[in-house]
Design a protein around this ligand. Structure first.
Ligand code: ADP
Ligand code: MG
Length: 311
């Protein structure tokens, strides 16, 4: 099979809502919805850098779409269309079949349609360009946080980073490994946050690092985070020791959970976990159960992983 056969076998004949012309012609032809703004994002995943080289192809397919969907979720957008650029070292039909199974499973779940892409021979690398829509003026930005806003997280931070360490230690299943290999983009939460959240970001580099982006982009604010209020799961409680758990929760990457701020005038639904407050005083302080600030904080995941210079 050559490149054209592969494209014909795996990518032709796809269609979905708003798709006037999908893969097969020189470019796709799409019909955006009236009154909506177009939201676009793109992420590249390099083998050995953004995922372990021995991660199954189906998980790589899922992940390469998930990280892009998570960016759309963080904007409050609804997924519509995506493009897929594949750099593959060899023509391997069974690898591509598994990759597409993982990719398509999440695409179906999220209402995302693959409308085109590219394929080249080279080191294993996957780029997805994803588009979504948001009602005009309703996109969630990083820049709207204000002092007094509550800081919330959409799930249990740190599971994915713990899961990656489990994978590297040879473990191949369980809730933590799953959190790394099959992140669930929080699309419904992103839509619900429209008109409620004052700012939003998805956690890809670690909670403190990504909170730092919100505070910087909101004009140079600070935050108090309460360690005791960080959500924990059974799986995470059974992993590592206290200091390892604290490290992955504050600085582990790859969670793809939403981190957002909500003005005090709104009531928080019970499932939105408040972990701290935005403060006018610059800097992030992490307070222990007694209310005392931790003396030292872990950096972003690139620092603590030590073996990567992730971008
Ligand atoms: P061109 O020579 O114009 O770049 P290609 O042979 O690369 O055309 O692609 C032919 C068609 O197949 C295009 O519509 C393109 O979008 C689609 N296509 C190529 N690779 C992929 C892919 N990985 N996923 C989805 N569609 C693809
Ligand atoms: Mg091409």
């Amino acid at each position: 099979m050559n490149e054209f056969d592969l494209i014909r076998r795996f990518f032709r004949g796809r269609t979905g809502s708003g798709v006037l012309l999908g893969p097969g012609d020189d470019a796709a032809l799409l019909l955006p919805s009236a009154g909506m703004q177009l939201v676009m994002t793109m992420d590249t995943l390099l083998s050995g850098r953004h995922f372990p080289e021995d991660l199954p192809a189906a998980d790589i397919g899922w992940r390469s779409l998930a990280v892009n969907l998570s960016d759309l979720a963080a904007m409050g957008a609804t997924p519509r269309w995506c493009l897929l650029s594949l750099s593959l070292p060899t023509v391997d039909e069974s690898w591509l079949e598994a990759f597409c199974a993982g990719f398509d499973e999440l695409a179906r779940q999220a209402g995302m349609t693959l409308v085109g892409g590219d394929m080249v021979r080279g080191p294993l690398s996957i780029t997805v360009q994803a588009s979504g829509e948001v009602p005009a003026g309703k996109a969630l930005l990083r820049s709207g946080a204000r002092p007094g806003d509550r800081i919330c997280v959409g799930g249990v931070p740190g599971e994915a980073a713990a899961g990656l360490q489990c994978w590297q230690a040879g473990q191949r299943d369980g809730a933590l490994v799953q959190a790394f290999s099959r992140p669930q983009p929080q699309l419904d939460l992103g839509c619900r946050l429209r008109g409620l959240a004052s700012s939003c970001i998805d956690i890809s580099d670690g909670l403190l690092a990504d909170l730092g982006h919100i505070l910087e982009d909101s004009g140079g604010l600070g935050a108090d985070i309460r360690l005791a209020q960080l959500p924990r799961s059974l799986a995470l409680n059974e992993w590592g020791d206290d200091s390892q758990r604290q490290r992955v929760q504050l600085a582990g990457g790859d969670d793809y959970l939403l981190l957002f701020t909500v003005p005090p005038v709104f009531n928080l639904p019970a499932q939105w976990r408040e972990i701290g407050r935005v403060e006018a005083r610059r800097g992030i302080r992490v307070l222990d159960a007694a209310g005392n600030p931790l003396a030292s904080l872990p950096g972003g995941w690139d620092h603590f992983a030590g073996d990567s210079d992730d971008a």
